[in-house]
Structure formats: structure tokens, C-alpha cells
Design a protein. Structure first.
Length: 132
């Protein structure tokens, strides 16, 4: 968190939250198409192991490049000003927003689960506490 200022922090986390699912989708799509492409290029069927072996080797090489990039990162020193501002703010957590996000994220995968009904109850309690 020391790599961004307090003004940039919301944007940085928003961009991160938007990029991860996108590249997860792209990675899954490419990873699913690679064995078929390698089977075509090698002139073999997709029931053989060679196309999948090459796809896994390519994925390993890409992951190795990511590890190299991570090793190049340097730690950023934290400033005590940011910690002081966070402590002096004293504002309460936005329970309404937390409740709505938790409710939506639980209802999105499966509409009727025990988790969804529990989160709905928690959201109602938090919402009632926010009411004057």
C-alpha cells in the first residue's frame, strides 16, 4: 500500500479487481485452445499427449517469466503519514456497502444456498443499525 498515495489507492485496487477476472478469462480461453492448435501444428489428433504436454510447457514458461518479474520487484518504504491519517480518521465501516457486496457475491454463483440466507440476515442487521 505504500506504493500508492491515498488518492490513488482506490483506483489501484479497482483496476486490480477489474484486471484479474479479465485475464483469468483470457488465460482459460487461450489455455483451452492451445492443445487444439498444437495438435494441428504437429499433425496429430487431440487425443494424444503431445499437444497437452506442449501447452503445459508453454504455461510453465510463462509462469517462469512471471516469477522473474516478481524477483525484480523492490520493496517500497511505508511513510508514517499514511498510518497516522488512517488512525485519526475514526470513521465507521460502511456496513451497508459491505452487506450489499457480500449479498450480491453470495447470490451470484448459486441463488439458493445457506450462505446467501445467512448473508441476507447479516445485511439486514447491519442496515437496521445504520438507520437513525
Amino acid at each position: 500500500m505504500a506504493a500508492t498515495s491515498s488518492d490513488e489507492r482506490n483506483l489501484a485496487f479497482s483496476v486490480q479487481a477489474a484486471i484479474w477476472p479479465f485475464f483469468g478469462f483470457v488465460g482459460n480461453l487461450v489455455g483451452g485452445l492451445l492443445p487444439g492448435l498444437f495438435a494441428f501444428l504437429l499433425g496429430v489428433t487431440s487425443t494424444q499427449a503431445a499437444p497437452y504436454r506442449l501447452a503445459l510447457l508453454l504455461a510453465s514458461a510463462i509462469n517462469f517469466l512471471a516469477v522473474l518479474a516478481i524477483w525484480q520487484m523492490e520493496e517500497v518504504a511505508a511513510t508514517p503519514v499514511a498510518a497516522t491519517q488512517a488512525q485519526s480518521n475514526g470513521s465507521a465501516l460502511p456496513w451497508r456497502v459491505i452487506g450489499v457486496v457480500a449479498l450480491i457475491s453470495c447470490y451470484a454463483p448459486v441463488a439458493s444456498t445457506p450462505c446467501a440466507s445467512s448473508l441476507a440476515s447479516i445485511w439486514i442487521v447491519c442496515w437496521r443499525r445504520q438507520q437513525p
